[in-house]
Design a protein around this ligand. Structure first.
Ligand code: SF4
Length: 493
């Protein structure tokens, strides 16, 4: 199984390939437009949506501002309820902790409910290297796993596949992972769902360890909350003997009452449902009911560094609803794989460079994977100003500056490829602050305009490769102004 995101090409290279895939674009266009239309209807039913949105943002901001306090409170509550809390500074540490916990049970197979955090750490691949097989139980994740593929959407990881492709994947691959697909399997959605149900039921009933993420962690009680639509999560969270939850520290909220806001905004923003089909909550362990061993692995992996950035930290409000993906014109055409990380779309373009830094070609390119149209900000249920953070990160990749790395101040070096842009900006700054030189340059440019190439050579070609160079006028504005002012006394239009 593939799945590692490391070493993928930068966004422009990956998008240049994916945008040529007409089947992919058709699948994405159909799926994202359907979801976003339904979402708009569901949101329109609530007259207090702006207030809910503001409340969600305020709860998240308050929690992030006091995260140290709420995390300690959470740890104490989970421990008091019979769970065990582990702290993971990075992906490797998280994977090591989880592998050791599984080894301690003597098991070599685990079932998983869909979890972005485990994709972020590359857990499946890490477990595979330890001789442990992780079975995805979310339908879309199952399709991705059987297809030796990567997720391309936060909510619908197999959004890039249509039902004919899914039938072929089931027919060809299910037998290698357990119960085979029925011989007469069609591409009827009900038949596909039944094949997946039968295949997964065997896993649920025989596997003794489960791995989950969580949408929220309530600090005051130590309760974890998972929202899902298929019931596979409920199976994972109740049937096995041991439950291991890997959760990013930013998923903490202070109280049960805070859940009230997110249980309204998350389902409507993600699946356009008024209420989530399956909402499972668990607090530590209970004798004779549910998993008897519960481990919570709290993941940092760049989150406290992100928190140190007063502009970029808004990204940590994200509740992973995926609404921003479904309205993004770039995502709709390029697809999720082009973003090269588990977090695609507008949220991925701001979250990944902050969690991982902007030192690789891929992460340095992500802040540019946007038109800055602002649609993502409009739909975000926690009002993350994604365009503002994109511009902030573009500035950082182009000019470098102060940042935080593993808790200590660091200096970000400008990403390669921006030297020509910086030189051009310095020249423009100097010219614009010297009016006489500006005037001379403008006069020279208009006089020689017929000699200007349509596609300038060198680094400037990168600009005109995708844009038309506007034709220069015959006269400068200064010339026009003097001429009209001196001949007629007042400026003419
Ligand atoms: S950034 Fe906002 S819209 Fe996008 S996934 Fe996160 S919460 Fe949803």
């Amino acid at each position: 199984m593939s799945g590692t995101f490391v070493g993928l090409p930068s966004f422009p290279q990956a998008a240049a390939v994916s945008t040529q895939d007409t089947q992919l674009r058709a699948n994405l266009r159909h799926a994202t437009r359907t979801i976003r239309d339904k979402r708009a209807t569901a949101i329109g039913e609530l007259s207090d949506w702006p207030q809910l949105r503001a409340a969600g943002a305020a709860i998240k901001d308050h929690t992030l501002a006091h995260l140290d306090h709420y995390l300690r409170q959470l740890e104490a509550a989970v421990t008091a309820a019979g769970g065990t809390v582990h702290w993971a500074a990075d992906a490797d540490q998280a994977n090591r902790i989880i592998a050791d916990l599984i080894h301690a049970t003597g098991e070599t197979q685990v079932v998983k409910v869909k979890s972005m955090a485990t994709q972020e750490t590359g857990l499946n691949e890490a477990l595979q290297a330890e001789g442990i097989t992780a079975y995805e139980t979310d339908l879309a994740e199952l399709i991705v796993q059987l297809g030796d593929d990567r997720p391309s959407h936060i909510l619908v990881p197999a959004i890039h596949r249509n039902r004919h492709q899914i039938r072929d994947i089931f027919t060809d691959q299910m037998a290698a992972w357990g119960r085979p697909a029925p011989e007469d399997l069609t591409d009827d959605p009900a038949a596909l769902a039944e094949a997946a149900r039968l295949h997964l039921r065997e896993k649920f009933l025989t596997t003794k360890v489960a791995i989950s993420g969580a949408n929220f962690m309530v600090a005051e009680t130590g309760t974890l909350v998972v929202l899902e639509s298929e019931g596979n999560g409920r199976m994972c969270l109740t049937l096995p003997d041991t439950l291991i939850s890997l959760v990013g520290i930013e998923k903490t909220i202070p109280t049960w009452q805070d859940l009230e806001v997110f249980l309204q905004t998350l389902p409507r923003s993600s699946t356009a449902e008024r209420m989530n089909p399956y909402t499972t909550m668990w607090t530590g362990t209970t004798s004779h009911d549910g998993p008897q061993n519960f481990h919570l692995v709290l993941l940092d992996n760049g989150r406290t560094d992100t928190l140190a950035d007063t502009t970029g930290r808004e990204a940590l409000r994200c509740i992973r609803c995926s609404a921003c993906l479904n309205v993004c014109p770039v995502y709709e055409r390029a697809g999720g794989h082009a973003y090269g990380t588990p977090y695609p779309g507008p949220i991925g373009a701001i979250l990944t460079p902050q969690l991982q830094g902007t030192s690789t070609p891929l992460t340095a390119s992500l802040p540019y994977a946007s038109t800055l149209c602002g649609a993502c900000y409009d739909v975000c249920p926690v009002a993350i100003n994604i365009p503002q953070i994109l511009v902030h990160l573009r500035e950082q990749t182009a000019q470098g500056g102060t940042t935080t790395s593993r808790g200590t101040p660091a200096t970000a070096t400008p990403a390669s490829g921006h030297a020509a842009m910086r030189a051009a900006m310095r020249a423009a700054t100097w010219t614009l602050t010297h009016p006489r030189t500006l005037h001379q340059a403008q006069s020279l440019a208009t006089k020689t305009r017929r000699l200007h190439p349509k596609n300038p050579p060198g680094p400037a070609a990168a600009w005109t490769n995708t844009r038309d160079l506007p034709p220069l006028p015959a006269h400068t504005f200064n010339h026009w102004w003097k001429h009209h002012h001196s001949t007629e006394g007042t400026p003419q239009p």
